[in-house]
Design a protein around this ligand. Structure first.
Ligand code: BT5
Length: 243
C-alpha cells in the first residue's frame, strides 16, 4: 500500500488535476497523490470532458517535480506504466493508442479503458489518470471497464497503489534516460502499428498514412504519400475499411 502521508482521498472535487495543480503552486512536494471518488468537472485534452462516477471509475492525479531531462514522450511512458501495472494485476488484451489512451479488446473492438492528461505547473508535472472500472455509456464511443479485461476485481486502494508504484519507477527511469529505452515496448503494444490511420485535429484531417510507430522522443511517425512525417499532437483514427 502507499504511504498514507502522500495520498489525499476526497469524496468529490472538480478535477484532481486542477486541485493538485493548486497544491503544487502552494508548494506541495513531489510524489503527492490526489484521488477523488467523484469529479464534477473532469477534463480530457483540449477542453474535452472526462466522464466518471464513484462506483465506475478511479480518477486521480500524481505530482512529480520536474527532472533534468525533456518531457517529450512522457504521456507515452505513463500509458506504458499504467498498462504494466494492470497487466501485473492480471489484466489481458491491453493496448496503447498514441498519444494518451489505454484500450482493451472488447467484443472484437478496441475500447477506451483509460486516458492520461499531463499538465505542467512551474517545475511541477501533474499526471492525471482516469481509469474505467465499468464501461461508461457514452453515445458514439466504444468504451471498456476493467471488469471487461480483469477476472478478479481489485479494490480502488489496491489499484491505486499498483499504478502509483509503477509510475514512481517510470518517473525515476524517465528522468534518467527519457522515453527512448521504452520505445520498443511501447510500440509492441501500439494498437494500430503498421495499420492505415488518419490523424485528426478538431474534426480536420491533419494527415493520413501507415503508422510506423513513434520516435525516440515520442512523436508519431506516419508514412504518408509525401514520405515519412512526424507529429506531436492529434487524435488517431483507423481508416475506413481497415477494421
Ligand atoms: C483523455 O483525454 O483521455 C484524458 C483523460 C484524463 C482524465 C483524468 S481523471 C483524473 C484527472 N483529472 C482530470 O480532470 N482529468 C484527469 P482525451 O484524449 O481528450 O479524451 C477525452 C474523450 O474521451 C472525450 O471527449 C470522450 O470522447 C471520451 N471519454 C470521456 N470520458 C470517457 C471515459 N470515462 N471512458 C472512455 N472514454 C471517455
Amino acid at each position: 500500500m502507499l504511504d498514507a502521508q502522500r495520498v489525499e482521498w476526497r469524496d468529490e472535487c472538480a478535477s484532481t488535476n486542477t486541485s493538485l495543480r493548486e497544491q503544487a503552486e502552494a508548494g506541495a512536494p513531489s510524489g503527492r497523490v490526489l484521488v477523488a471518488d467523484r469529479q464534477t468537472a473532469g477534463r480530457g485534452r483540449c477542453g474535452r470532458v472526462w466522464q466518471s462516477s464513484p462506483e465506475g471509475s478511479l480518477t486521480f492525479s500524481v505530482l512529480y517535480k520536474e527532472g533534468e531531462g525533456a518531457l517529450s514522450g512522457l504521456s507515452l511512458a505513463v500509458g506504458l506504466a499504467l498498462l504494466r501495472a494492470l497487466e501485473k494485476l492480471g489484466a489481458r488484451a491491453l493496448r496503447l493508442k498514441w498519444p494518451n489512451d489505454l484500450l482493451c479488446q472488447k467484443n472484437g473492438e478496441d475500447a477506451k479503458l483509460a486516458g492520461v492528461l499531463i499538465e505542467r505547473a512551474g517545475d511541477a508535472i501533474i499526471i492525471g489518470i482516469g481509469l474505467n472500472l465499468k464501461a461508461p455509456d457514452l453515445p458514439g464511443e466504444v468504451t471498456a471497464g476493467l471488469e471487461d479485461c480483469l477476472e478478479t476485481p481489485a479494490a480502488k486502494p489496491a489499484l491505486l497503489a499498483a499504478i502509483v508504484g509503477e509510475l514512481d519507477v517510470m518517473w525515476a527511469d524517465f528522468c534518467a534516460r527519457g522515453f527512448a529505452p521504452l520505445c520498443a515496448d511501447w510500440q509492441a503494444h501500439h494498437v494500430w502499428q503498421g495499420k492505415s490511420v488518419r490523424l485528426m485535429e478538431e474534426g480536420r484531417v491533419l494527415a493520413e498514412g501507415i503508422c510506423r510507430g513513434v520516435t525516440d522522443d515520442g512523436a508519431l511517425r506516419l508514412a504518408t504519400a509525401d514520405g515519412e512525417r512526424t507529429f506531436w499532437a492529434g487524435d488517431l483514427r483507423l481508416r475506413a475499411g481497415e477494421h
